[in-house]
Design a protein around this ligand. Structure first.
Ligand SMILES: Nc1ncnc2c1ncn2[C@@H]1O[C@H](COP(=O)(O)OP(=O)(O)O)[C@@H](O)[C@H]1O
Ligand SMILES: [Mg+2]
Length: 267
């Protein structure tokens, strides 16, 4: 496996779906593609992964950054190795140690997925630790504009941005469409997910939707993105194949590029 396997899900806005997409992508990579995945909650001040998965977190990323062996902070959930963070850690930690701590684990996993904080200062060490970044945004003007600030940090730190995930799509009339998102951001859209109560339900049940309901449309979209991350070709349903004959464009999402890049990095 390539050494370019640390992927961060970032934005500079809370509530856009970073944690949800980091968790669901990790779950799909494990459960749909049999990959070994370490999911790390690198939201240092307001971590959520432990809550999403109902983990007890006696030992956390904070302890690992303070010298405790990282292996003590790994918990298994839905086939994923998860490192939660602490919500009430008192002592000072050096969050810029993240890269050093994770680099030792790169060879043990196919992918290390990082969830992140929307706060500028906490985001920097996450982008520094990542080999590749996925931006998460909703398609409204304010959120996209804010999300592009995260893109600026990544560009400054020379961490490649692999794509933008458009989440919580609601009303096409009052939001950017995917072409506009690409035009404004100059970043390929690699997944589109509508605002859907099934995601809220999955969070409430503390089970990833890609795990508990893998056949629904949202799970399939995440699976297709995960497939591209693995360098596989798109899986199309029978109906999609039929429809494709009439469609000029295959999809408005740009996963071919993503797939090629990941494929190249694995050669
Ligand atoms: N596509 C979606 N449709 C409906 N609810 C969503 C969607 N994506 C995320 N959510 C919900 O929005 C809230 C915030 O999501 P979260 O992933 O925690 O955002 P962030 O990590 O960016 O702060 C959660 O309650 C989550 O279940
Ligand atoms: Mg979050």
């Amino acid at each position: 496996m390539s050494e370019q396997n640390i992927l961060a899900f970032v934005s500079i806005k809370g509530g856009v779906g970073k944690t949800t997409l980091a968790l669901e992508t990790a779950s799909s990579l494990v459960n749909d593609f049999g990959k070994r995945v370490l999911l790390v909650d690198a939201n240092f001040s307001a971590p959520n992964i432990g809550l999403y998965l109902d983990l007890t977190n006696d030992v956390t990323l904070h302890d690992a950054l303070n010298g405790t062996g990282l292996h003590n902070a790994i918990y298994e959930s839905h086939g994923i190795d998860v490192i939660p963070a602490s919500m009430d850690h008192n002592s000072e930690i050096d969050i810029f140690k993240l890269k050093k701590v994770l680099d030792k684990y790169k060879s043990r996993y196919d992918f290390i997925i990082l969830d992140s904080s929307p706060h500028f200062e906490e985001l920097k060490p996450v982008i520094a630790a990542a080999d590749k970044v996925f931006l998460v945004t909703s398609p409204d003007k304010v959120t996209l504009t804010t999300t592009l600030k995260a893109a600026e940090i990544a560009k400054k730190q020379e961490t490649p941005i692999e794509g933008i995930i458009v989440n919580k799509i609601r009303s096409p009339k009052h939001e950017y469409d995917l072409f506009e998102v690409e035009e404004i951001s100059q970043i390929p859209v690699v997944a589109k997910i509508r605002d859907d109560k099934r995601i809220a339900r999955a969070a409430h049940k503390k089970s990833p939707i890609t795990y508990s309901d893998p056949r629904n449309q949202i799970s399939r979209e995440i699976k297709n993105m995960a497939s591209s991350i693995c360098g596989n070709s798109e899986e199309l349903t029978f109906m999609q194949k039929l429809l494709l004959k009439d469609l000029v464009q295959k999809e408005v999402v740009n996963r071919d590029l993503l797939r090629q890049k990941f494929y190249q990095s694995q050669l």
